[in-house]
Design a protein around this ligand. Structure first.
Ligand SMILES: [Mn+2]
Length: 360
């Protein structure tokens, strides 16, 4: 596990001016938390102003609530005038990840991320401060420890943002959490606003959300240890991740793969709760040469562009490769919504008919 290097961080940044802070497309709480924490650190310890540039609409209700309640302000990507900024700080992502396109024409000065990236030393060498360590369960944990290395305690807003990030990516320390995540979680919980944390955790959900979940329930298939939900169009890429998370809770299922088309790409999310299992290698096989993916520990996400292949072709490809990678050739696919005990069903139905009064 690597520790933050304060001197290297200082050396990578200008002594004055403004910076652009960016993260991956469709930011999640860990990306947003890392941005808010980083903005606070730059202002408090380095006297540097910064603006957040976000890509992709934030549609997941939890993430939108976090942005609203913490008043996370951004400037449009198209509105970045290179003359006004000294460079870019990227959190929870890395250059070269296909879901990340920081505004061009500005140098990338800092990368802080916990995803496993491509072993491409050339792209790292070009970044003055490149701190990537997949031993951390969340980027927000890394940013928290960077603040502490500067002897800086986050204020309530920054603590709330970072706390939401740590708890989201580690599932409240239950998933991929290490000792630094625990330290950050407990300290940030003490400093965070519990009302905001609660409101982010349980935001109002749109009717569209329930419609999407109803579709997912209908489309869900149980294939041995794999829960498979390959949808057609979805309202947001985040909903694919949410569906994968949700269906992992099905009793007896150790893997959950969800997919859906949005913004010209077929998004896929793979989750596992098998002890010690790693989601990324399996997803790499599933998206293959046609797509790209990233992940850490028990979660991985990726996409396949819907340019050369049609939506139906991609769904078939994903399904076939998932069956192969989990060795499920010949395994019966059972609709999730079907009776899980088909053998007992006719008898039970017969009894109901016998004992119930005739319907009008
Ligand atoms: Mn993250």
């Amino acid at each position: 596990m690597s520790l933050p290097d304060v001197a290297a961080f200082r050396a990578a940044l200008p002594s004055e001016g403004r910076l652009v802070l960016a993260t991956h497309r469709h930011p999640d709480p860990d990306g947003l938390g890392g941005l808010v924490g980083m903005q606070y650190l730059l202002a408090q310890r380095l006297g540097l102003g910064s603006d957040l540039v976000l890509e992709g609409r934030i549609r997941r209700a939890e993430n939108a609530a976090m942005r609203r309640l913490l008043d996370i302000r951004t400037i449009p990507k198209g509105g970045v005038d290179p003359a006004r900024f000294k460079g870019i700080v990227l959190v929870d992502s890395q250059p070269g990840f296909t879901h990340t396109h920081p505004p061009g024409a500005l140098p990338l000065l800092v990368v802080v991320d916990h995803h496993r990236g491509p072993d491409d030393a050339a792209s790292h060498a070009a970044v003055p401060f490149f701190w990537v360590d997949s031993e951390y369960g969340a980027t927000s944990t890394m940013v928290y420890h960077l603040l502490r290395a500067f002897d800086l305690q986050p204020d309530q807003r920054a603590a709330t943002a970072l706390f939401c990030g740590v708890r989201y990516d580690t599932n409240d320390l239950a998933r991929d959490a290490t000792r630094p995540d625990e330290v950050a979680y407990l300290e940030l919980q003490r400093l965070a606003d519990p009302k905001i944390v609660g409101a982010v955790n349980h935001p109002p959900l749109s009717r569209d959300y329930f419609r999407q979940m109803a579709e997912a329930l209908q489309a869900g298939e149980v294939l041995g240890p794999l829960m498979l939900v390959l949808l057609h169009e979805v309202s947001s890429p985040e909903s694919v991740a949410e569906i994968a998370d949700w269906f992992l809770r099905l009793e007896g299922q150790q893997w959950s793969l969800a997919g859906g088309a949005c913004d010209g790409r077929y998004q896929v999310s793979l989750r596992t709760d098998a002890p010690g299992a790693d989601a990324l290698p399996a997803l790499k096989v599933i998206v293959g040469e046609e797509g790209s993916c990233g992940g850490h520990g028990r979660m991985a996400g990726g996409q396949i562009p819907l340019t050369d292949l049609s939506l139906e072709q991609v769904r078939e490809l994903v399904r076939r490769r998932a069956v192969e990678v989990f060795g499920l050739q010949g395994a019966p696919a059972q609709p999730l919504a079907a009776d899980a005990t088909p053998a007992a069903a006719p008898a039970a139905a017969a009894r109901r008919v016998d004992s119930s009064p005739a319907r009008p």
